[in-house]
Design a binder for this molecule. Sequence first.
Ligand SMILES: Nc1ncnc2c1ncn2[C@@H]1O[C@H](COP(=O)(O)OP(=O)(O)O)[C@@H](O)[C@H]1O
Ligand SMILES: [Mg+2]
Length: 383
Amino acid sequence: MHGVAEILVGKRVCICTGSGGVGKTTTSAAIATGMAARGKRVCVLTIDPAKRLADSLGLDQLGNEARRVAPNLLQRQGVEMEGELWAMMLDAKATFDDLVARHAPDEEARERVLDNRIYQQISNALAGSQEYMAMEKLFELHHSGRFDLLVLDTPPTRNALDFLDAPRRLTQFIEGRSLRMFMKPSGFAARVAGRGASMALSVFRRIVGFDLLADLSEFFSAMSGMVDGFQERAKRVNELPADPETSFLVVCGPQGEPISEAVYFHRKLVEAKLPFGGVIVNKVQTGAPPGSPDGAGLPAELLPLLSDEGLADRVAQNFADFQALAERDARNIDHLAAELQTRDVIRVPYMDEDVHDLAGLQRVNRYLFGPRETREPAGAGRA
Ligand SMILES: Nc1ncnc2c1ncn2[C@@H]1O[C@H](COP(=O)(O)OP(=O)(O)O)[C@@H](O)[C@H]1O
Ligand SMILES: [Mg+2]
């Protein structure tokens, strides 16, 4: 049975993927913490972490920069760490802005785009931009060489596969005919700009409240100098998921539907020749330990403790319900293991409490990494 540390030997990028709500953000943060505890310099890129988790990582403000989780903050939460833990919240808009800044030929062109209302709308709303910007940031940090390992929490898309498709969709948009058409010197934008004083335009301007077409025209002409740079960049970003130093971990829940999605997603990764690392089933009902009294004898055993027959019956019923859930989860996980042709399914139990701080992440890590004795020596597997 492999734990996360074994799966990530020799890896520099770990992409946690799966549909939303299953514990992806928690798992990503836990993996980063566990690997940092094992001596690596790790950065986790999270998306919309719960406020309390963000607080416990010292991410009190938004920002598009990696910050080190301060050693005294770790100490206060009782965490010892041989390596370094860094974290950042992904901010798609800020990443897009950085990208524009990087590709703009000069200061003026940069300002023209960033201040442009159309750009401001597009950079927020462009389909797939959040996913693409996650990859973009990942690529940037990967290239900086500052970290031994990057752990990426993927955006909560309805369909986990959208994420894989995002770079292609963005490139398509940039290469797209509509954009090209706008940007041709003789194109729509140029014609509109040339007729700036027309009656129709001034009416339009009154209706929408600002000079939409002038903004559009300016946006597209300012973007035109950057298209090649964007395309080249997107091409390189697209290569990162397939890199042999990348590993995809599929995170899912134990119910039927999440399990089917995980099976489907695994198949897609394999088809796309992307490096699948393993599957983590989170919030598993584990049931009673072996040797516990079974359902039939339970009310009698409980009665002396509870001294109320009705209550003893209800507690026993509740216990039976949990056992049924645990059996259902176990069956679903067997099915998953069979579909993936692996016995390496990492299970994390449904904890009694929410996981919102480093202590909680460490509890999760007992399951993600296995017993501490099996840990990898510090520094092993570094590129
Ligand atoms: N194993 C677990 N046991 C109990 N609660 C969990 C567990 N994993 C995650 N949670 C809780 O579930 C909620 C959703 O987790 P989160 O990681 O934000 O999900 P996602 O990123 O997939 O939407 C959080 O409140 C988190 O504390
Ligand atoms: Mg999340």
